[in-house]
Design a protein around this ligand. Structure first.
Ligand code: TTP
Ligand code: MG
Length: 403
């Protein structure tokens, strides 16, 4: 098997850095970017502000108490998104396999590119230099043999870091870290682990995997795998474009059972929803395509809904409704969903990230993205997506891909 070379790039204090780049008098100062005047939540802050204890998700009032002399600016999502897209294009000069993981994070699969383009750390330096010269912002890069390790490597040195993590160095650099720094380990899990004397990632790696599985179920097994740096997920080179955002899946066998079809539709909806949110886009037209068992017969139907959406639940419900309208009862071999007729969130007043529209669902969706970014993709897998035989979610494309 060829050893992979995966790069993870994460902008430093992304929104705040753009504000500092665009407004030179903000540079070197504590800057808080506030999401929406009505909501008043700090979406991020510059590293200068973080020294005062300001954190993402904090109410502005609290940030003001900690840092009264700081600069508070309202988020300009359109500006951040357009820079995000430009940065994404830079990555594509280095590899065709680039995954838009969130608005400021990407995975780049450089396997096989080194001979042609140069060593991965040199490519990282070039990428960092180009981003800085064009947009005046810094980023942190991790390079390793898989996505999990590349992301963790990038977090070892921030801001403006460049870290190469060899598999052999996991015990030295990863194992001493507190268990909370591992994917899936939130505050509650860390507290539980602590009760059993498991404090570091190294402690998880040397714990009995059966014990972890007994205590945490599927997640326990993953904790053990992640603590050892094992991850087989692929870099998914997908980004919504003007034509829409879609996913399709060829099923392993012919399926006539509607419960199973529903599960596939739900999972496809979930992947699309996450990609739309990462790109701050919503769509109005949902198209379902079905290929039957003979592989030749293909049917397709679209529905346009009343409101722009990026929500899994709406994409899923609409696609299942279409499925019922066009299904002839024969076994299915391939399913695809596409959301098109897209708009960028900030181009439509009601669509700001934390607005109060189908508000609760929106919030849940974003919290879900953030949790997944921190703890891994499966952390919030709905019960209906669990494969009952193995208790592992049906996830194609890997552990924490953007889908
Ligand atoms: P992050 O990469 O999580 O944060 P960051 O780039 O500001 O800081 P860091 O140097 O630690 O990477 O998120 C990217 C942007 O996404 C961030 O600048 C603001 C936005 N964001 C929110 O709006 N809400 C959130 O809860 C988080 C975590 C980020
Ligand atoms: Mg960032």
């Amino acid at each position: 098997m060829v050893n992979k070379i995966i790069m993870h790039v994460d902008m430093d204090a992304f929104y705040a850095s753009i504000e500092q780049a665009d407004n030179p008098h903000y540079r070197g100062k504590p800057v808080m970017v506030v999401m929406g005047p009505r909501v008043g939540i700090v979406s991020t802050s510059s590293y200068e502000a973080r020294k005062f204890g300001v954190k993402t998700g904090m109410p502005v009032t609290e940030a003001y108490r900690l840092c009264p002399h700081g600069i508070f600016v309202t988020a300009r999502l359109g500006r951040y998104l357009s820079i995000s897209r430009e940065i994404f294009k830079i990555y594509q000069n280095y590899s065709p396999l680039v995954e838009y993981y969130s608005v400021d994070e990407a995975f780049i699969d450089l396997t096989g590119c080194e001979r042609l383009l140069g060593a991965a750390p040199d490519l990282a330096k070039k990428i960092k230099a180009e981003i800085y010269s064009r947009f005046g912002i810094t980023c942190s890069v991790g390079i390793a043999s898989n996505k999990l390790l590349a992301k963790m490597a990038g977090e070892l040195q921030k801001p403006d870091g460049l870290t190469v993590l060899a598999d052999a160095d996991i015990p030295k650099y990863i194992w001493p870290l507190p268990s909370k720094d591992l994917f899936y380990v939130g505050r509650k899990t860390a507290a539980k682990l602590k009760n059993w004397g498991i404090n570091t990632i190294g402690d998880i790696a040397s714990a009995n995997p059966l014990f972890l599985e007994k205590k945490f179920g599927v997640i326990g097994k993953l904790l053990y795998e992640y603590a050892h740096g094992w991850d087989v997920s692929k870099v998914l080179s997908l980004l919504p474009d003007a034509k829409g955002c879609g996913h399709s899946r060829t099923l392993e066998y012919n399926v006539g059972d509607t419960q199973e079809i529903k599960r596939h539709l739900q999972e496809l909806s979930r992947m699309i929803s996450k990609r739309l949110r990462a790109a701050l886009q919503k769509g109005k037209t949902i198209t379902l395509s079905v290929r039957y068992h003979d592989f030749d017969t293909r049917v397709r139907k679209a529905a346009t809904i009343k409101v722009y959406t990026d929500l899994e639940s709406i994409i899923y419900k609409t696609s299942y409704k279409i499925f019922n309208e066009l299904w002839n009862g024969e076994e299915v071999r391939k399913l695809g969903i596409k959301v098109s007729n897209l708009i960028t969130c900030d181009s439509y007043e009601q669509l700001t990230l934390f607005d109060e529209l189908p508000q609760k669902l929106e919030k849940v969706a974003h919290v879900q993205d953030r949790l997944e970014e921190k703890f891994g993709k499966k952390v919030l897998t709905p019960a209906s997506l669990l494969n009952w035989d193995t208790r592992r979610p049906f996830v194609t494309g890997g552990r924490f891909g953007l889908g």
